[in-house]
Design a protein around this ligand. Structure first.
Ligand SMILES: Cc1cc2nc3c(=O)[nH]c(=O)nc-3n(C[C@H](O)[C@H](O)[C@H](O)COP(=O)(O)OP(=O)(O)OC[C@H]3O[C@@H](n4cnc5c(N)ncnc54)[C@H](O)[C@@H]3O)c2cc1C
Length: 397
């Protein structure tokens, strides 16, 4: 990887920086590193922000022109996110659509599906959720049991999904369903696009440790989905899901890392401001050491991200970097949350509604949210299994 940006990329960086300076709304600035996706009003505000970014040509930067993108490379996309972190702007809301479903449709979707869905992903007119996990299919995703039986030109869905983030504010969902129960478990799965307003879908919010309900249980009872909504081939949805999951682990980790950098910058500022016995937290040699280690780890994440980026730019399949980065990111994320509580002290426990909560309570939220970092997009145990067995060649048991 050549770490120097080209002069065009540097010009692009300057343009983005300048645009962000003028356009990040004051009420959203600085609320990016631990923002809620549960509150409907806040979601609408973030939808508006994505629209504004889109109008300026900053959404889908790495998508081809024919799909409404800018036709630039992932490098420009990363530059954009870096600048958004620098200016403390929130990221686009429609993460599942932009970083998971969009690339999946470009690879496996029909021209009609691309025409119907891609533009509305960019404008955030249609937010997407991911209906993969089930009560008995999390780490062992291929064990999923939601049935889809063909009836004329529709599939009829029955079953239950769980942990479906943002289902309550999504217009559409991409679901994995079982279309051939007799086939070996990886074979009888199909990838389906589901309109979340279809009769038979019931949502039940799940309240998290943060106190908010960002994810949901999704119950499906005789939900009729047009057969034309199958992405890829029937019973070959696992292959399609691998594309989505690789995007989630690889590209989304890079994006999550950039949010982590925003939090780290804030933490450094906080350490400089927070006084104990006449000294700031930044004067404490132990805390300084811990923050310095976080900075080193953040840099390692960045360089590992560049390694993933290099493979993607060369058109190579995702390598083990996605798993190492995801695993390492979740550990650094949780460490950062822990060190923040040491810097802030007892005030770190105060939630946003109190005038005494530092940074409007984002730290309290962040510390609780970080507990899920080692679970979502592959648990740490599963990632260690992947790295041990597939990369290091260790014995399975
Ligand atoms: C914040 C958050 C958002 C999420 N959003 C979504 C979403 O939008 N859509 C969606 O579909 N899912 C979502 N998920 C679900 C997520 O993908 C699952 O939680 C994850 O895959 C783990 O599955 P599980 O919860 O069923 O745990 P399980 O798979 O039951 O695992 C329980 C424990 O056992 C361990 N374990 C399991 N198998 C093994 C093994 N073979 N070897 C060693 N240890 C093992 C796991 O590491 C874990 O510690 C989200 C999760 C979180 C935390």
């Amino acid at each position: 990887m050549d770490f120097d940006f080209t002069s065009e990329q540097q010009t692009f960086r300057r343009q983005v920086r300048e645009w962000l300076t003028r356009h990040v709304p004051a009420d959203l600035k600085g609320r990016g590193f631990a923002s809620t996706r549960a509150d409907r009003e806040q979601v609408e505000r973030l939808r508006g922000w994505q629209r504004e970014l889109h109008k300026a040509g900053y959404v889908g930067i790495d998508w081809p022109h024919e799909y409404g993108g800018r036709g630039a490379s992932l490098v420009e996309q990363i530059i954009l996110y870096e600048e958004m972190s620098r200016s403390e702007a929130p990221q686009p809301l429609n993460r599942g659509g932009l970083s998971m479903l969009g690339p999946t449709l470009m690879e496996h979707g029909t021209p009609v599906q691309r025409e119907r869905h891609l533009a509305k992903i960019l404008t955030a007119d249609e937010i997407w959720c991911q209906g993969f996990s089930e009560p008995n299919a999390g780490s062992d995703l291929a064990n999923l049991q939601t049935r889809a039986a063909l009836d004329g030109d529709h599939y009829v869905l029955n079953g239950q999904k769980v942990w479906t983030s943002m289902a309550h504010v999504s217009e559409w969902g991409f679901f994995l369903v079982r279309t051939d129960p007799a086939a070996p478990k990886h074979k009888g799965i199909t990838f389906l696009l589901v309109d979340m307003k279809t009769p038979g879908i019931t949502l039940r919010p799940l309240r998290q440790i943060t106190g908010e309900a960002e994810f949901n249980e999704v119950f499906l009872e005789n939900v009729r989905v047009p057969a034309s909504n199958v992405v890829g081939k029937v019973n070959e949805g696992w292959k399609v899901a691998i594309t989505t999951l690789a995007q989630e682990r690889d590209v989304l980790t890079m994006i999550r890392h950039i949010s982590l950098r925003t939090a780290l910058e804030r933490l450094i500022g906080l350490a400089r401001r927070t006084k104990k016995n006449g000294h700031t937290a930044a004067d404490d040699p132990v805390l300084r050491q811990k923050i310095a280690k976080l900075c080193t780890d953040e840099r390692i994440l960045q360089l590992n991200g560049y390694r993933s980026l290099t493979r993607i730019l060369k058109g190579q399949p995702p390598g083990p970097e996605g798993s190492t980065s995801k695993l390492f990111w979740s550990e650094v994320d949780q460490e950062l949350a822990e060190i923040a509580t040491q810097v802030i002290g007892p005030y770190s426990q105060i939630s946003g509604s109190s005038q005494w909560a530092p940074d409007e309570g984002q730290w309290e939220f962040y510390c609780l949210l970080a507990r899920g970092s080692g679970i979502r997009a592959g648990t740490s145990e599963i990632l260690r299994n992947i790295l041990g067995e597939r990369v290091l060649g260790l014995p399975k048991d």
